[in-house]
Ligand binder design. Sequence first.
Ligand SMILES: [Zn+2]
Length: 224
Amino acid sequence: MTTSPEPEPELRERLVAAVQRLDALGLNRGSSGNVSARGALDRSGFWITPTGMGAEGLSAADLAWVALDDGAVLGEWQPSSEWPFHRAIYRARADLQAVVHVHSVHATALACQRRELPAFHYMVAVAGGDNVPCTPYHLFGSEELSSAVAAAFADRNACLMANHGLIAAGTDLDHALKVAIEVEALCQSYLATLSSGAPVLLTKHEMAQVIEKFRSYGKARRRR
Ligand SMILES: [Zn+2]
């Protein structure tokens, strides 16, 4: 039987703030999409938004807890029906601590064409490689979808899901949000580019240079 996790009120408040930010940015509307964060003190599970609840009125007490090993649920409300792919990502990648899933307009438009986001712009490297892949179509909440998502996250921090939307993950909630916001903006640019012709793609070498530069990006504080 799953025991109660550490309450971690701060982490849960940050999760609620992340949901509200996605709503304010227009990346999620109504109760579509969901956000989760791995327990920081108790890493045996994760906090996730409840099913059927939007950003409005959501509080830290509404979040559900899902155990990583057997998927057992604790909390007053049922977790989002899409919790299985959150679990699959945390099980596949110990370094990822937060997962953001949205049905944002432009990422979803590309996903409905079952197209990946290629290396048309150097910022595609924000997802950790030279593309953002698109998984095959599977029913939401299904084990098949979870397996496809876990495979996509083996070496990426984001993927599109065919006829569905976008998932982004990060080393904390801010990182996962940043990846989601950036990939949605890139999908918008890519669709605009496609409307006026075929983009010139960056080469593997050019993208490898960007990925290398991102590794040290933001760490070089200037001396005063
Ligand atoms: Zn969804």
